[in-house]
Design a binder for this molecule. Structure first.
Ligand code: XMP
Length: 513
């Protein structure tokens, strides 16, 4: 296995991702937990030193463990990792002097060709992505320069006899097009054969869950979304009946959703699952509520109450399982503590672990969404389920602006089902990040047959997005929109008008509330 020592770069996980694409197993550990002893115990076959925000010129700034330099395995230093390598091995790094470089740069070869640059410089130069304030002003003894850029004369250096490689740029990002090739050359040189797969991730994750949980009990809030589903199935595989899942049905789910989720998990996966049908409780508490934040907070509070009640019924649990993904981890680190404004109070099970004195089990913490999907496939989850669009915790409540009534929810469910059916029939489902219908808080006049109608209006939303943080509306054809509007009005009693939302995010948000 390969060890990545993390000096705090925003893109450290991308290194892991590039390596996983090469079927190489790696682990990321923060620099302040990697000392000489850790290194010996971990026994890596190769080490990568990540970038980081600090400056090696600052006294007390992070360093790699000294034992690394005599450990005898290939080491690749990236950006800050390169600079600490130079400093620790006798070179010099300086700050400022107008040699900072941010963004695209071109590296040209110097001296011989390095094995890790195999496949580079076909056009005599190579595009790379730089992001550094400090720069190396003198390379360490034993090192040779293999690539230079206008502002980084030591962009690529190496001490081939010791297998130390150092680059100033970030090979892990998209804007270094041959970056993946560099990692591939590095891991081949280190002797990795690329035999690590999702199947082996599954096995490792199961072993880690068993080691963490022992013979204690775990409880999981299963929403039916991909993340919590994959986490639950994996944990169930690891510890069987020590896991209990609670599916809280708040009466704000889509057409047939509760039955589908409960049936699949009980029958196909044999998961111990409590189906908490609490629609009366939630819809009762939401009666007369039209303020979006009050809706969200009410649902969040009741969710915790219901979950807590069922946890007590089974005699409590020591762990709470969550399908937290890597992007959630990064976001919460980089945005925490900042003076940010609450746009929406997102509903999740946060607050539960402290209240109930539980620890967290988060087996997906190192994965990106598409990797979770790959793991889901590995675990046999049906494709249709794996590709499902995201669905928010507060469910249809935030797609029903104004007061929520059972009548409106019923209309909304049926309109949404027709809309999604249309999207699937036209083969557009996988091109769209998220699509749903909303029921608007107004009635309008229409004419059907020879009669006057005075019915609800439905709004359709469909967006493309990479991460949900920004989004653009999906450009359906007019034919598609016309056909869908006609179907909804014909098939869903109570709707006589359909709008299509062409707002991007920002300024809109994806959901209506
Ligand atoms: P917005 O509406 O904030 O949505 O642009 C961005 C993404 O987040 C989802 N969303 C939620 N997901 N709990 C969730 O689990 C929530 O409270 C929540 N609110 C919004 C939304 O569906 C979209 O994918």
């Amino acid at each position: 296995r390969l060890l990545i020592i993390d000096f705090g770069s925003q893109v450290t996980q991308l290194i892991a991702r590039r390596l996983r694409e090469l079927n190489v197993y790696c682990e990321i550990h923060p620099y302040n937990r990697v000392d000489d002893g850790f290194l010996r115990d971990f026994a890596p076959k190769a080490v990568i030193l990540s970038g980081g925000p600090d400056s090696v010129t600052r006294p007390g700034s992070p360093r790699a463990p000294e034992a690394l330099w005599t450990f005898g395995v290939p080491v690749l230093g990236i950006c800050y990792g390169q600079q600490t390598m130079m400093t620790q091995l006798g070179g010099l790094v300086e700050s400022g002097h107008g040699t900072a470089e941010f963004g695209r740069a071109y590296v040209t070869p110097a001296n011989d060709m390095l094995p890790i640059l195999d496949g580079w410089f076909a056009d005599g130069r190579e595009q790379v992505w730089m992001s550094h304030g400090d720069h190396v002003s003198k390379i360490a003894p034993g090192f040779t320069v293999y690539g230079t850029s206008p502002n980084a004369p030591f962009a690529i250096t190496a001490d081939v006899s010791r297998n130390f490689y150092a680059v100033q740029f970030h090979p892990e990002v998209h804007h270094t097009p041959k970056g993946a090739k560099l990692y591939e050359n590095f891991v081949r040189l280190a002797g990795f054969t690329g035999d690590w797969t999702m199947a082996s991730y599954r096995e490792d994750a199961i072993a880690r869950i068993r080691a963490q949980v022992g013979d204690r009990k775990v409880i999981c809030a299963l929403s039916g979304g991909v993340d919590s589903s994959v986490a639950a199935i994996l944990i169930h595989e690891a510890i069987g009946e020590q896991l209990t899942c609670v599916f809280v049905d708040h009466g704000l789910l889509r057409l047939n959703e509760a039955e589908e989720v409960v049936t699949m998990f009980r029958e196909a996966y044999n998961l111990p699952l409590i189906h908490a049908n609490e629609s009366d409780l939630f819809l009762g508490a939401l009666e007369g509520v039209s303020d979006p934040e009050v809706k969200r907070k009410t649902i969040g509070r009741l969710f915790i109450e219901v979950f807590d009640k069922h946890a007590k019924d089974i005699g409590g649990a020591d762990f709470l399982a969550q399908g937290t993904l890597y992007p959630d981890v990064i976001e919460s680190v980089s945005f925490s503590g900042g003076p940010s404004v609450t746009i929406k109070s997102h509903h999740n099970v946060g607050g539960l672990p402290e209240k109930m004195g539980m620890k967290l089990v988060e087996p997906l913490r190192e994965l990106f969404k598409d990797e979770v999907r790959a793991l889901g496939r590995e675990l046999g989850l049906p494709e249709k389920f794996i590709r499902r669009h995201p669905f928010p915790g507060p469910g249809l409540a935030i797609r029903c602006p104004g007061e929520i009534t059972r009548e409106k929810l019923d209309i909304l469910r049926r309109a949404d089902a027709v809309y999604i059916d249309q999207i699937r029939k036209h083969g557009l489902y996988d091109e769209i990040w998220q699509a749903f219908a909303a029921i608007l808080p107004m009635r309008t006049v229409g004419v059907m047959g020879d009669g006057r109608t005075y019915d609800f209006a439905v709004g359709l939303r469909a967006v493309t997005s990479v991460d949900g943080m920004t989004a653009d509306y999906y450009p359906f054809t007019h034919e598609f929109l016309g056909e869908t509007a006609t179907r909804i009005i014909n098939e869903v009693k109570g709707v006589n008008r359909v709008f299509y939302d062409v707002t991007s995010k920002p300024p809109g948000t994806i959901e209506l509330e």
